[in-house]
Design a binder for this molecule. Sequence first.
Ligand SMILES: [Zn+2]
Ligand SMILES: [Zn+2]
Length: 367
Amino acid sequence: MRVAAATIEQVRAPLRVEELEIDEPRAGEALVRIVATGVCHTDAIAQEGDFPYPFPGVLGHEGAGVVEAVGDGVTNVAPGDPVVIGWPYCGTCRNCLEGQPRYCQDIGAQVGRGTRADGSTAWRRPDGTPVHSHFFGQSSFATHSITDAKTLVKMPPEMPLELVGPLACGLATGAGAVFNKLRPAIGSSLVVYGVGAVGLAAIMAARNSGATTIIAVDRHAARLKIAAELGATETVNVNEADPVDAVQQICGGPADYSLECTGNMDVLRQAADSVGLRGTCVLIGGAPADATFTLDHITTLWGKTIAGILGGEGTSDRLIGALARLHLDGRFPYDKLITPFSLDEVNDAIAASISGEVLKPVLRMPA
Ligand SMILES: [Zn+2]
Ligand SMILES: [Zn+2]
């Protein structure tokens, strides 16, 4: 079957929409017709060559759509089901078996190998040349995707499929850090450094918790305004105040929890310094592969926890399913962050994401 996909030929090349031939689903696989897909910073990082993925290939990893066909042995989804494509995982390693597939011991290959486990790609050019697929198990910058069926999360029929893709990665990362890891105690304080889509998801999640002080820190006034609309009780513009001092003043001491969503190592230090004895600082921002940071030894000894989190932890089924339900109940209004683009506008969408002009670009596929 012929499909349209935005391919990238080499590092830093612009994406180009072309026709490819796609496989029939094999055993355990599903063919998903993509309705829309979010654009995440990791797509841009991969385009820049800072994420291991072979070219030519197809990026995109926040796909949502409708199952068109399934291969042998697939029982969790059927043709016609509305789905979001979650992160890939092996299902047999220790971490997968313990319910933490985000930390699948094969995660590097699963997200970046660009092929199935046997080395085959899901699609090829009309002349037969293979094009790499399976970026995060899906390569969703395309009208169709071949995926491992067990990564699919069924959506309630009332959930709009043109909105739901971003729940698969960026928004799950921010919200999952709060729901799965921090689990803020009643009356606690939480500070979020960097309120792009990931940080705003954390703010919306915190608003669904017992935290009573929710601080947004950023350098863009427009983002801070949205953060306040979505649940931040205080905002700090780093152009106007030292954020660590501001947090101390607001909380009357250090905060209980901090989240670092920028991937900037100076900001990470501020986030770590914003929590005190028995405080928790969580790292979720995407940084360059060689980034390192230093901490003050004595204050870290004070029972401080510094934790990195991938993809919001937990399982896609539970996390994405809950976020969709919260959205339908008006408690996770992430649709306010979305700006739609067409597949042909994929390069504009990536540029708008990098510049911060758009919080969450979503590509809508041609019908
Ligand atoms: Zn695994
Ligand atoms: Zn992502």
